[in-house]
Design a protein around this ligand. Structure first.
Ligand code: F6R
Length: 247
């Protein structure tokens, strides 16, 4: 509800809204809510652009776990987003660096991201910016950690060997240029990462901690993900969605 409300506001207030979206489990309830609101005519994506955070390298284009397939299945096939308005880094390009540059150019040409939805890895990653990623990093190829591959093996029949080792990801600096950030986390397995990201030191070892320096960042958490926070309401910026899964 809170996430879908923020997306709905962005869609209704801006003439050409640009959304940055995450894949993975965390935003699924929000995407289901957005589909429902679209189907009841409450909102429209007709003038929107969507930029994904990341994409695996080397999966065949028709593989169900490419992030392009994922977002189509979970959101964009069910809304009125025009063809060509979904931008995903091309994980199959001959030159991955050129693909990353093209993605950044397209984002700039669209005027930058108005609202960026983020998940968080157990190791504190955002996008696929694994611990140690520089805060000045831009969209680039990156190597996934074993923790990330293990967690994402859920989508590959539980087999870590099927999870690609490389991905393209928006950089930290790219993400931080979005005008508004919303980070979603649920479940006790995210509690330590959330505590480090929200209340710990701002450090490249916890990439998500960079959001503490963003002027319009909100973490939307269920009670389990917020369980290790000392001060969940600090400054009114960190919202706890009680009992329900954030959507
Ligand atoms: C996905 C992404 C990742 C995920 C994170 C959490 O596009 O960029 O940072 O948001 O790995 O994944 P889930 O939500 O599956 O726990």
């Amino acid at each position: 509800m809170l996430v879908a409300d923020a997306v709905a506001r962005t869609l209704s207030e801006l003439a050409t809204p640009v959304l940055g979206l995450a894949t993975g489990r965390s935003p699924l309830a929000a995407y289901r809510d957005l589909i429902r609101r679209r189907q009841s005519g409450e909102l429209s994506f007709a003038h929107a652009r969507i930029f994904l955070l990341d994409e695996y390298v080397g999966l065949p284009p028709d593989h169900p776990q490419t992030y392009r397939s994922f977002i189509r299945r979970e959101l964009t096939d069910h809304i009125d987003l025009p063809d060509g308005s979904l931008h995903v880094p091309a994980g199959n390009a001959d030159s991955l660096n050129d693909a990353c540059d093209e993605f950044e150019l397209a984002m700039r040409a669209a005027g930058g991201v108005d609202l960026q939805v983020l998940g968080i890895g157990r190791n504190g990653h955002i996008g696929f910016n694994e611990p140690g990623s520089g805060f000045t990093s831009r969209t680039r190829p990156t190597t996934l950690t074993d923790v990330t591959r293990q967690d994402n093996s859920h989508f590959f029949g539980g087999d870590i060997r099927s999870v690609p080792r490389q991905a393209l990801t928006q950089g930290i600096a790219t993400i931080m240029e979005a005008r508004c950030l919303i980070l979603i986390a649920t479940g006790t397995r995210k509690a330590a990462a959330i505590s480090a990201a929200v209340e710990g030191q701002v450090t490249t070892e916890v990439p998500a901690s960079v959001i503490q320096t963003h002027p319009h960042a909100t973490a939307i958490l269920d009670q389990d993900a917020a369980a290790e926070l000392k001060n969940p309401g600090r400054g009114g910026r960190w919202i706890r969605a009680r009992r329900t899964t954030p959507s």
